[in-house]
Design a protein around this ligand. Structure first.
Ligand code: ATP
Length: 645
């Protein structure tokens, strides 16, 4: 994905977020904690509004989706069955010099010249001439090169030991030599190390980094041994900041763990959920049994998730504690749809996705949810111009997934994932069914009746087709008897529902709307001075405060009383603000920075000073174009409420 760097803009946004109370660094008074963020007064309102719009769009406005609010800590077996214990990891690599940790697949690819060393020797190489001579002879004999007799024995020892074939093994020697050999070996490191230099940098820079590395390995003033060079292109094996070699990538499980109960033994190990989805699968049966929902239907949840990200970055974009908004939408397997409807609707560019149809299989449902989610984003101001889509290629998909699309947002630091929408087959429920030993199938009368009308030949043909599909798979091939068993259950009307999963991040969405809303405007004051003002152009539906009410002057009790009365009325319906400090211009600017779409000013006309026609009217000012109009106080709720909710 593209990485257009606009750091100054992000810096301005981060600073506004702190200054105006949208987002603070967690535990800031203690120096902060990496990857954790707090939402201040305006941020908390913004996030709540986003949460509410999602909840309303995904469940309240629909008959076919219900909500869930599950615990963060669940039975650890859930994470074993879901595969998170074994495979929920990112590859991590450490800089061999600074120890800084990188997510190996996120390291910026580097090109240039690699300087490699076979090892180094420290300055403590002995200078005791007898011993060193003996050692030299020994080493020379071992390396099958002529013995030498030179003044600077230490240098020679270093040179000899730099031979790549040199070995630490020395035969028994007299005590003096043994002592010298010991100290030589102590001051010698044959650990290989490389440094990548971009074109144009002098070799000395590489040597400096290599010396740092061997110094960190305990050598004093190390001399580098066996330097060689080679060109590389697009390598992720080096620290982009200093060129030092990174360790080999190692999988790092991202789940935070804790212990439940007082003994804190391994048996009590539990995990903070890394996603909200698994609770939905674990409670699937309870929801089916306690509601009148029938497949196709969905269960959605908003809640905290925790991932010990290797490198949290880009403000709140990749955090270690964040909120997810996830829907698991359960559908019939395509074979069941085929039995009931005669065929499964095929997706095409011109397919009508406006209302679900009984003949939809997984592909139409998947496309439908992509369209629904896109419409949701448009409804809060994220239109086609700021979104993009990344369709995973067949080779990138997990073996159970049929399709996965990431909805991307054009952040100032690059176009990155906001939400993933995956067609996950019946993988999750089946995994839990197998692990807990309890059936998570549904019984579908309609499917049973439909298959009852099939001839034995038709059924046999379906079994054969499923067997062929199964054996043609590259990964996740099931034993033939499992396929036959699955078909037999289906013919009786039992199946594990398949699932479409739109999974969005609330914090990423908050960051997206903050970056999109951020606008700077130039203003020239009465004295001709130019200043840059910030306007947060949030969609009114998600703006933290919907309306601010001002009395023109704070020292006129009639104005204040009227303004407070309007504020008291409006705040019963929407998040409103009352402000009487400073000039009206200053107050508008303050509200613009907070993103308040409407301001209401009570002035002397409101009190009827210019005649009865303006009595009980106020100035309604619109944030985005600064326009103002005169509105009756009694009309305010009717004018504003439809725009902000
Ligand atoms: P990424 O590839 O960016 O790590 P992901 O594909 O692992 O994300 P999912 O597991 O699909 O993410 O999670 C669904 C959504 O949860 C993401 O689209 C994102 O909005 C949000 N999310 C995931 N990880 C984080 C995080 N560390 N910080 C903030 N939001 C996150």
């Amino acid at each position: 994905m593209s990485q257009t760097k606009e750091i100054p803009l992000m810096e301005k946004i981060v600073s506004l977020c702190k200054r105006r109370g949208f987002i603070f660094q967690s535990s800031e008074i203690y120096g902060g904690i990496n990857g954790f963020w707090d939402y201040g007064p305006l941020g908390a309102e913004l996030k709540r509004n986003l949460r509410d719009t999602w909840w309303r769009a995904m469940t309240r406005d629909r008959e076919d989706v219900v909500g869930l609010d599950a615990t963060i800590i669940m039975h650890p077996a859930i994470w074993k069955a879901s595969g998170h214990v074994d495979t929920f990891s990112d590859p991590m690599a450490d800089c061999l010099v600074t120890k800084k940790r990188f997510r190996a697949d996120h390291v910026e690819p580097q090109s240039g010249t690699v300087y490699s060393y076979v090892g180094a020797v420290g300055e403590e190489v002995p200078v005791d001439s007898t011993g060193c001579k003996a050692l030299l002879n020994h080493v020379a004999k071992h390396l099958e090169i002529p013995a030498m007799n030179v003044p600077d024995l230490a240098t020679e020892v270093r040179t000899l030991l730099s031979h790549p074939d040199a070995t630490h093994e020395v035969e028994p020697l007299d005590n003096a030599v043994a002592r010298i050999v010991g100290s030589v070996l102590e001051s010698w490191r044959d650990e290989k190390f490389s440094v990548l230099l971009p074109a144009g940098k002098p070799p000395e820079s590489a040597r400096k980094v290599a010396i740092q590395f061997y110094t960190s390995r305990g050598l004093k003033n190390p001399a580098l041994l066996g330097e060689t060079t080679a060109k590389v292109e697009n390598s992720r094996a080096f620290n982009p900041e200093n060129g030092a070699q990174l360790t080999e990538p190692k999988p790092f499980n991202l789940m935070f763990h804790t212990f439940v109960g007082a003994t804190a033994s391994e048996d009590d190990r539990a995990y903070l959920r890394p996603e909200t989805a698994q609770a939905i699968f674990a409670q699937f049966k309870n929801v089916v049994d306690s509601t009148r929902q029938k497949v196709p239907f969905g269960i959605c949840q908003i809640g905290k998730a925790f991932r010990n990200e290797v490198t949290p970055r880009n403000f709140t974009f990749r955090s270690r504690e964040f909120e997810q908004m996830e829907l698991e939408f359960f559908i019939k397997p395509d074979e069941a749809v085929e039995a009931v409807c005669g065929s499964v609707a095929q997706w095409s560019e011109s397919a009508d996705l406006s209302a679900p149809q009984p003949n939809w299989g997984w592909e139409m449902w998947h496309r439908y949810w992509v369209a629904q989610r896109t419409a949701y984003y448009a409804g809060i101001g994220l239109g086609a111009d700021v979104l993009d889509y990344f369709w995973q290629g067949k080779g990138d998909l997990a073996h159970y997934a049929r399709a996965c699309v990431d909805i991307l947002f054009k952040f100032p630091f690059g176009t990155e994932e906001l939400e993933g929408i995956a067609a996950r087959g019946d993988f999750d429920l089946t995994a839990h069914q197998n692990a807990c030993g309890k059936p998570l199938e549904v019984f579908d009368e309609e499917v049973k009746l439909a298959f009852a009308k099939w001839t034995p030949e038709q059924r046999a043909a379906l079994v054969a087709r499923k067997q062929n599909e199964n054996s043609a798979k590259e990964k996740g091939v099931l034993p033939a008897e499992k396929i036959a068993e699955w078909c037999e259950r289906l013919f009786k009307g039992f199946y594990v529902p398949h699932v479409i999963e739109p999974s969005a991040g609330l914090d990423r969405l908050a960051l997206a709307v903050l970056t999109l809303a951020y606008t700077e405007i130039e203003k020239t004051d009465a004295k001709g001075n130019k200043e840059t003002l910030t306007v947060m152009r949030f969609h009114p539906r998600i703006a933290p405060k919907k309306v601010a009410v001002f009395p023109l002057l704070k020292n006129k009790p009639e104005l204040v009383a009227k303004a407070r009365a309007i504020y008291d009325t409006l705040k019963k319906h929407v998040a409103a603000d009352y402000d009487e400090g400073g000039s009206i211009g200053k107050r508008y600017a303050r509200q613009d920075e907070a993103g308040t779409p409407f301001c209401v000013t009570v002035d002397f006309d409101t009190l009827g000073e210019k005649g009865p026609e303006l009595l009980d009217t106020v100035t309604l000012r619109h944030r985005d174009d600064g326009s103002q109009e005169r509105v009756k106080i009694s009309d305010l709720p009717g004018r504003l409420l439809p725009l902000v909710s």
